[in-house]
Design a protein around this ligand. Structure first.
Ligand code: ATP
Length: 279
């Protein structure tokens, strides 16, 4: 299947727990083209995992619009979401073991992950899925005999078992040494380029972020900035607002008046206005 687009606008997610509600996402607008490989960055608690789980239909948005390919996730029923997860969207949860059945071999884990989709479309041979992540020689090795990197590769193989149009991966390179991290990242890149699968990958690792073609940074449940090949850019939101980079926000206390001017060269300048009572 070809890569699926992701499109959200005004996406809000509120966790309702006893006594108080937590707004994890406060109006995310993002567009990912089919076949793109996008890294999701941001400090702990920013809302990255929440966005990933919403895209995978594991959580229901509180408000806003969320579209994955032809699927409008804001209006889908639970059986429709089940079908989408089984066929069209692969999810690799944080912590490789959570994605695997510990007593099954890699090839049987992949076969098991294919069972719900096998009724209505032809699927790749489990051996071919393992080949794509470089685990051909370990198809029948018991999981406890694999290295942490190989176990993570197995979790990725399970995530792409049906060759979905979208792979969502939550911190797939964390807790690995540099060599294993690079192998997992290379395997996901190969999947992306050879199948055209769209990839959305959460990472904390600046070395991983630096090699991704596009990154989106979330802060306090909003898009804070976007990176392209290592350079960071501010992004104008759909409502015209502009989150300032932290080093600029530090210079401008809340309530600061900014004079906005444009130059003939097309640059836009923000100049703080000295107000009465300010030194
Ligand atoms: N099940 C839950 N119930 C209540 N609040 C939650 C729940 N899950 C997450 N949160 C809160 O929602 C906010 C966003 O959490 P989320 O896990 O999406 O952030 P994150 O960017 O993935 O963080 P991390 O990098 O630490 O995994 C945080 O304030 C978190 O405490």
């Amino acid at each position: 299947m070809s890569g699926l687009a992701i499109s959200t606008s005004g996406l809000v997610h509120i966790y309702r727990s006893q006594g108080h509600d937590v707004a994890a996402l406060s109006g995310i607008g993002i567009t990912v083209r089919p076949g793109e490989f996008v890294g999701l960055l941001g400090p702990s608690g920013a809302g990255k995992s929440t966005l990933l789980q919403l895209c995978g239909g594991l959580l229901t948005p509180s408000a806003g619009r969320l579209q994955i390919g032809e699927h409008n996730l804001t209006t889908m029923t639970e059986p429709e979401l089940d079908r989408m997860r089984a066929r069209d969207v692969g999810i690799v949860l944080q912590g490789a073991g959570r994605n695997l059945i510990p007593y099954l071999s890699p090839v049987d884990n992949v076969r098991y992950a294919q069972r719900a989709a096998s009724r209505d479309r032809s699927l790749p041979a489990p051996e071919d899925v393992l080949d794509l992540v470089g685990l051909t020689d370990h198809a029948r090795t018991p999981l406890p005999s694999l290295t942490p990197g190989q176990i993570q590769l197995c979790a990725v193989a399970v995530g792409i078992a049906t060759f979905p149009g979208l792979l969502l991966a939550d911190e797939p390179t964390s807790q690995l040494d540099h060599r294993a991290r690079d192998e997992v990242l290379a395997a996901i890149s190969t999947i992306n380029t050879s199948t055209g699968m769209t990839v959305l990958l959460v990472t904390h690792d600046p070395d991983v972020a630096a090699v991704l073609p596009r990154t989106v940074t979330i802060r306090d449940g909003r898009i804070a900035s976007e990176g392209r090949s290592g350079e960071e850019f501010a992004v104008v939101a759909t409502d015209g607002s502009l989150p300032l980079p932290p080093h600029v926000a530090e210079l401008l206390p809340p309530g600061t008046l900014l004079r906005v001017t444009t130059t003939e060269a097309g640059d836009v300048r923000l100049s703080p206005v000295q107000q009465e009572g300010q030194s």
